[in-house]
Design a protein around this ligand. Structure first.
Ligand code: M6R
Length: 369
């Protein structure tokens, strides 16, 4: 049942192009617009929404953090993202014009369920993004957009995460479409790019051998840091979470712009630091700033592991290890930049002799608060 792979996690990483394609299937019509009829919240209600609040845990929370960039950019509506376990304890401001999006692979996470119950009690509409048909979270929501990742067995979430991102982009674009924003042209261009993205994920998977080799050389390290900016920041958090879960190593993700506000003090000789570099096209200011971050940490002895777009030459002088990813629109980059981080964590776990599919102390679905 592992389909020839040693671990479910490896199988699930490999299934990502299909999972992404399946999640898009039937949701983009021939004219290139979104047809999300399954979202039973009427367009008239969605036009009245004035705020989006995303609640989720763990990896699903990281998908929510990325969704915020997309939702705010494409809909010009404020979007908050909150750990489900914190949400209801701080008396959040919700009303019938709030759209709450609950993201969960299993659909059974108690923290997320309690957050959505609280939201509905305040009159907010809840849309679930979920991978498990008929589970509790979609049953208790006003609407559901299913991710079609197929069953995810490994405790560490991989293909569910990529499909959560796709679903989040669809929700963001759909809200943009029904509400009509000034980004109309960009929205159709992105829908187009999104429909080709599975091939790009496939291309990344085909180039992962050097990442595995690199991971094996780091098996005796104690700490790995991850830096990113913009949507690369949640990707850095996700890379660090994967490494904690699987390799039991100390790993932390930082927003690269925060380096000087503290984390740079951690940099020492030979410390591995993974940097997710934004596209040099698009938001080029951010790209240039992160290149100087790489330069700064390398000057302090860090071993830099740089994930950068094909054709990005500016990173070459400062990358001890370079991992190439295909060029994508800025907001979609997490779909390709997360993949090497999954492979990296999985290989490090194996090199350290850890149980990849069943990491210690963890359960696939956390059904207690
Ligand atoms: O089933 P859910 O998506 O609600 O689960 C949320 C988290 O427990 C989950 O993502 C967890 O962080 C994973 N083990 C991450 O790999």
């Amino acid at each position: 049942e592992k389909g020839g792979y040693d671990y479910f996690m490896l199988k699930e990483i490999a299934e990502q192009p299909k999972a992404v394609a399946d999640t898009l299937l039937g949701r983009i019509d021939r004219a290139g617009s979104l047809s999300l009829d399954e979202v039973r919240i009427p367009a008239s209600v969605l036009r009245e929404v004035d705020k989006v609040v995303i609640v989720a845990c763990g990896t699903a929370f990281h998908a929510g953090l990325i969704a915020k960039y997309a939702i705010e950019h494409w809909t010009r509506m404020p979007c908050e993202v909150e750990l489900a376990s914190e949400f209801r304890y701080r008396d959040p401001i919700l009303d019938p014009r709030t759209l709450v999006v609950a993201i969960s692979q299993s659909g059974e996470t108690m923290d997320t369920l309690m957050a959505l119950r609280h939201a509905r009690e305040q009159g907010a509409k809840v849309l679930a993004i979920c991978n498990t048909n008929g589970s509790t979270i979609p049953r208790e929501s006003d609407a559901v957009l299913y991710t079609h990742a197929g069953p995810e067995v490994a405790v560490a979430s991989t293909k569910a995460f990529l499909t959560q991102l796709v679903a989040c982009y669809l929700v963001a674009l759909y809200l943009g479409q029904v509400r009509g924003t000034k980004w109309g042209d960009e929205i159709s261009a992105v829908i187009h790019e999104l429909s080709d993205i599975a091939q790009e994920v496939e291309r990344v998977l085909a180039t992962m051998e050097p990442v595995r080799e690199l991971a094996r050389t780091l098996a005796d390290k104690n700490t790995v840091l991850f830096l990113g900016r913009h949507v690369g920041y949640p990707v850095a958090l996700e890379g660090a979470l994967k490494l904690k879960e699987l390799a039991y190593m100390h790993a932390e993700g930082f927003a690269a712009g925060e380096l000087k506000h503290g984390p740079i003090a951690l940099i020492e000789e030979d410390l591995p630091v993974v940097v997710v570099v934004p596209s040099p096209r698009g938001r080029s200011v951010l790209h240039d700033k992160i290149v100087s971050n790489i330069q700064e940490i390398r000057a302090r002895g860090a071993r830099t592991i740089v994930i950068a777009e094909e054709g990005d030459e500016a990173v070459l002088p400062y990358a001890d290890h370079l991992i190439r990813i295909p060029a994508t629109p800025t907001l979609l980059q997490p779909l390709v930049s997360t993949v090497p981080l999954q492979v990296f964590a999985c290989e490090l776990a194996t090199a350290r002799g850890n149980e990849v599919d069943q990491p210690r102390n963890l359960a696939k679905s956390v059904t207690v608060e």
